[in-house]
Design a protein around this ligand. Structure first.
Ligand code: NAG
Ligand code: NAG
Ligand code: NAG
Ligand code: NAG
Ligand code: NAG
Ligand code: NAG
Ligand code: NAG
Ligand code: NAG
Ligand code: NAG
Ligand code: NAG
Ligand code: NAG
Length: 562
C-alpha cells in the first residue's frame, strides 16, 4: 500500500515571527503505570470539544527520544467515570491520529473558514476516547526538537535549520517551524510493526496510570488502514504483556479490536487492485481501464518475477532487502497505475485528484500558537512523518503479512471481539481484498454465515455484515477509506454495538459463540455510477452524506429551486 504523501501538504501561512513552538511551561507531571512519566494539561473548553465533556492532552515519555502525544476526550452522553475507554490510531505507517480526530470520528471538524464545527456523530458520545500519535515523530509526537523546514511537500522530509531564522524564499518560509530532528539517527524509531508495539503498550501504561479514573473498566482499540498491521500485532502484544504479570504494570482489559479499511496481507491485497478495477470490479459500475491497461496490471502482478512472485519470495526469505524491493515494485507497478492513468483518489474511487474530501483545514488550525499552547504541544503539526515511512521502508514491512491474520484468530480465541469494516469506494485497502482476508481468519462458522443488511436508527441501509460469534466483516456503501467521514451515522452505531458485545446487524442481540448471520453468500448491492465524479471538485466544497456526492455550489442550488 503506497501512501500518497502529496495529500499531506502543510498549510502554514507564514507569520515571520513566532514561527517556532515555545516549549509549554504549564504541564502537570505524573508517573503512570510501569514507571512511565506523563506530562499533560486540561485542554480549555472550546478547543475542539464544544460540550462540557473534559479533555486532556500531553505526552507519555516512553524513552529519552520517544515522547508520545495523546489527546483524551471524556464521553459526552455517558458518565465518564464508568464509560468504556477506546483508543484510536491512524495508519501510514507515519500518519497522525489527528486525521481520525478531525476528519473522522472526533468531537469536532474544521471548516473552510477555520471555524470549529461540532460533530454530532463523535464516538466520544458513547465512550471515553484517547487519540494517540505513534510512533515518535508522528503528528505532535517527537524525538528531539529542532528548528526546520520542509522544502519538498511531496517527500515531507525535514531539513534542519542551524539558526532560528527561516529561509527567505516565499515557498518554504510557510513550512518553517519546530520539528523532530531527523539528523540524530534516532535509535528508537521503529522499523516494523512488531518493533512499534512496545512503545504503544508503554503509552497506554503511562496514560492509564495518570488517569486511573478513566481506565478502570474495559479497553477497546480502534484503528484504520495500516492499522490492519498495527491492530492485530499491537493487541497480541498487549495480551502477551498481560500474561507476564509485570510488577507495576496495569492489566489492560482488552475487549474489542475495530479495524477500518485495513492493510493486512499484501499478497491478497495487491491482487485485489486488479479485482477492484477489472474483474469482478467495484460496485460503482465503473470499469476505468481499457484492455491494454488491464493487461499491463495483470502482467505486472502475475508475470514471472513480478509482484506476486516477489511477495512470495519476501514471505519465504523474510529478507529486508527482498521485502522492501517487492513492496516498492508492487506499489510502483501495480497499485500506482491507477494514479497514473486515472488521476483518481486512491482512497475514494468516486473523486478525481485533488480530492477535497475529507478536508484538510484542520492542519492550519493545529499549527496556530493558540491551539498548540492549549494542548501543550512541543512541535509543529505534520500529518505524516517521512521519518517513520522511511524507517518502515527499510524492512519492507508493508510488503509483509506480519502474522496479522493469525493474530486476529488468536485474539478471537481469547474471547476478544474483532470487527473488520470497509468503505466500498476505497481502492487503496479495498473491500474485495478485505473480504478474502476475513475468510482467511477461519473463524468457526464464518464460512456458513451470510451477508445481511445492517439496520440503523435512520432506517436507511448503509451496508451489510457477515458475522459469526465475535467476528464480523462489514461492507459500507458510498464510503471511501475514512468511513466515519463518509458514513458517520452507521460508523457510530456499529462502533457502539461492537464495544457493547451486541450483534452488528441490529444491536439487539448479545452475541455468543453460536451467533451467526443468516443471509446471502455474497454482498451483491450495487451503487451504480451516479456518484462517480468526472471533474475536479472545488476545494471549498462540502460532502453530502445523504447523496454520497459533493453539495452543489450555492449558485446551482438556487438554479435548481427556480
Ligand atoms: C546545518 O549544519 C549542518 C552541519 O553543519 C549542515 O550539514 C547543514 O547543511 C546545515 N543546514 C542548513 C539548512 O544550512
Ligand atoms: C514568490 O515570490 C515571487 C517573487 O517575489 C513571486 O513572483 C511569486 O508569485 C511568489 N510566489 C508565491 C507562491 O507567493
Ligand atoms: C508552527 O507553529 C507556529 C505557532 O506556534 C506557527 O506560527 C507556524 O506558522 C507553524 N509552522 C507551520 C509550518 O505551520
Ligand atoms: C545517520 O545515518 C546515515 C546512514 O546510516 C549516515 O550517513 C549519517 O552520517 C548518520 N548521521 C549521524 C548524525 O550520525
Ligand atoms: C480476485 O478474483 C479472483 C477470480 O475471481 C479470485 O480467485 C480471488 O480470490 C480474488 N482476490 C481478491 C483479493 O479479491
Ligand atoms: C454508468 O453505468 C451505466 C449502467 O451500468 C453504464 O452503461 C455506463 O457506461 C456507466 N458510465 C461510466 C462512465 O462508466
Ligand atoms: C524505499 O526503499 C527502496 C529500496 O528498497 C527505495 O528504492 C525507495 O525509494 C524507498 N522509498 C521511499 C518512499 O523512501
Ligand atoms: C489505454 O489507456 C492508456 C492509459 O490511459 C492509454 O495510454 C492507451 O493509449 C489506451 N489504449 C488504447 C488502445 O486505447
Ligand atoms: C436490504 O437492503 C436493500 C437495499 O439496500 C433492499 O433492497 C433489500 O430488500 C434489503 N433486504 C432485506 C432482506 O431486507
Ligand atoms: C470554489 O468555490 C468558491 C466559493 O463558492 C468560489 O469563490 C471559487 O471561485 C470556486 N473555485 C473554483 C476553481 O471553481
Ligand atoms: C444533502 O442532500 C440532500 C438531498 O439532496 C438535501 O436535502 C440536503 O439539504 C443536503 N445536505 C446539505 C448539508 O446540503
Amino acid at each position: 500500500m503506497f501512501l500518497s504523501i502529496a495529500a499531506f501538504i502543510l498549510l502554514g501561512a507564514g507569520a515571520v515571527h513566532s514561527q517556532f513552538v515555545p516549549p509549554p511551561t504549564d504541564l502537570i507531571t505524573k508517573t503512570g503505570y510501569a514507571g512511565y512519566k506523563v506530562r499533560y494539561k486540561e485542554v480549555p473548553k472550546g478547543i475542539c470539544e464544544q460540550s462540557d465533556a473534559k479533555s486532556y492532552s500531553g505526552y507519555v515519555d516512553v524513552s529519552s527520544d520517544q515522547h508520545i502525544f495523546f489527546w483524551f476526550f471524556e464521553a459526552r452522553d455517558a458518565d465518564p467515570k464508568t464509560a468504556p475507554l477506546t483508543s484510536w490510531i491512524n495508519g501510514g505507517p507515519g500518519s497522525s491520529s489527528m486525521i481520525g480526530l478531525f476528519q473522522e470520528q472526533g468531537p469536532c471538524r474544521i471548516d473552510s473558514n477555520g471555524n470549529i464545527v461540532n460533530n454530532p456523530y463523535a464516538w466520544n458520545r458513547k465512550s471515553n476516547m484517547v487519540f494517540i500519535d505513534q510512533p515518535a515523530t508522528v503528528g505532535f509526537s517527537y524525538s528531539t526538537t529542532t528548528p526546520g523546514y520542509i522544502p519538498d511537500a511531496e517527500s515531507g522530509e525535514i531539513v534542519v535549520l542551524n539558526s532560528t531564522s527561516c529561509p527567505s524564499d516565499n515557498i518554504t518560509q510557510g513550512t518553517c517551524g519546530t520539528y523532530s530532528n531527523p539528523l540524530l539517527n534516532v535509535t528508537d524509531i521503529p522499523t516494523s510493526t512488531a518493533a512499534a508495539a512496545p512503545a504503544f503498550w508503554a503509552t497506554l501504561q503511562g496514560f492509564m496510570g495518570a488517569f486511573p479514573q478513566y481506565s478502570r473498566e474495559t479497553f477497546h482499540f480502534s484503528t484504520e488502514s495500516y492499522g490492519g498491521h498495527y491492530g492485530p500485532v499491537f493487541n497480541e502484544y498487549i495480551e502477551s504483556q498481560n500474561a507476564k504479570n509485570i510488577p507495576g504494570a496495569h492489566r489492560i482489559s482488552l475487549e474489542t479490536v475495530l479495524i477500518g479499511n485495513g492493510w493486512y496481507n499484501p499478497l491478497i491485497q495487491y491482487q485485489a487492485y486488479y479485482n477492484f478495477t477489472v474483474f469482478p470490479g467495484n460496485t460503482y459500475d465503473y470499469a476505468p481501464y481499457n484492455a491494454s491497461t488491464a493487461e499491463l496490471v495483470y502482467d505486472n502482478l502475475y508475470g514471472p518475477g513480478n509482484c506476486v512472485d516477489q511477495l512470495i519470495e519476501c514471505a519465504n526469505t523474510g529478507s529486508n532487502v527482498i521485502c522492501s524491493a517487492a513492496d516498492n515494485y508492487c506499489a510502483d507497478n501495480v497499485e500506482s497505475i491507477y494514479d497514473e492513468v486515472l488521476n483518481r483518489d486512491e482512497y475514494d474511487i468516486r473523486e478525481l485528484e485533488p480530492d477535497p474530501f475529507p478536508p484538510e483545514f484542520y492542519v492550519a488550525y493545529l499549527n496556530t500558537g493558540t491551539v498548540q499552547s492549549a494542548i501543550g504541544a512541543y512541535v509543529n503539526y505534520t500529518e505524516f512523518s517521512a521519518e517513520v515511512g522511511d524507517a518502515f521502508n527499510t524492512t519492507g514491512d508493508d510488503g509483509r503479512e506480519d502474522g496479522t491474520v493469525e493474530d486476529m484468530r488468536e485474539l478471537l480465541e481469547q474471547g476478544i471481539t474483532v470487527m473488520m469494516y470497509t468503505g466500498d469506494a476505497d481502492y487503496n485497502c479495498n473491500w474485495l481484498g478485505g473480504q478474502v482476508v476475513s475468510q482467511e481468519v477461519n473463524q468457526p462458522g464464518f464460512d456458513k454465515a451470510g451477508y445481511v443488511n445492517i439496520s440503523t436508527s435512520d432506517c436507511i441501509v448503509h451496508g451489510q455484515v457477515k458475522q459469526s460469534g465475535a467476528f464480523s466483516f462489514v461492507r459500507i456503501y458510498e464510503s471511501g477509506h475514512e468511513v466515519p467521514f463518509y458514513q458517520p451515522l452507521i460508523a457510530l452505531e456499529i462502533f457502539e454495538r461492537a464495544i457493547a458485545g451486541l450483534d452488528i446487524a441490529t444491536g439487539h442481540v448479545h452475541v455468543n459463540s453460536a451467533y451467526k448471520t443468516i443471509g446471502t453468500p455474497e454482498s451483491t448491492y450495487r451503487e451504480g455510477n451516479s456518484t462517480i465524479q468526472f471533474s475536479v471538485v472545488n476545494t471549498t466544497a462540502t460532502y453530502n452524506i445523504t447523496t454520497g456526492a459533493p453539495n452543489p455550489p450555492l449558485r446551482w442550488a438556487r438554479l435548481v429551486k427556480e
